[in-house]
Write a protein of this length. Sequence first.
Length: 140
Amino acid sequence: MTTPQKKSIFIVDDDPDDRQIILDAFLENNTTIDYLFIEDGEQLMKSLQDAEPENLPSLILLDLNMPGLLGLHALKKIRENKNLTHIPIIILTTSGYPQDESCSYKLGASCFIQKPASYTELVDISASILRLWFREKEMS
């Protein structure tokens, strides 16, 4: 009998404070998922390329505005790789530009969310994300 794959979320954001706040909001809703911090698009691509298939993330939270490889470019590269297309990618960004949202969806984003102004809203958003993408019952 094989053990169930551990669920994981990559939190891709260049701002360490934002990464920590996002993690804290998710931990308020679920502590059984592994959360991995990734600082930029290049590191994300390297992590995905180096990962064994069973260690790929269950979900990627991707900021758009990062130094180096921008979030939209990382999204495009992931969607062009047949081994990675199954991974849901949620754009979580400060950008309120409609063109960023439409471009994200055109490139294959699963969801586009503007970072909320309050921590309470972020906790609510993280709960919704977990319900939508991890809705299956936990195995005990």
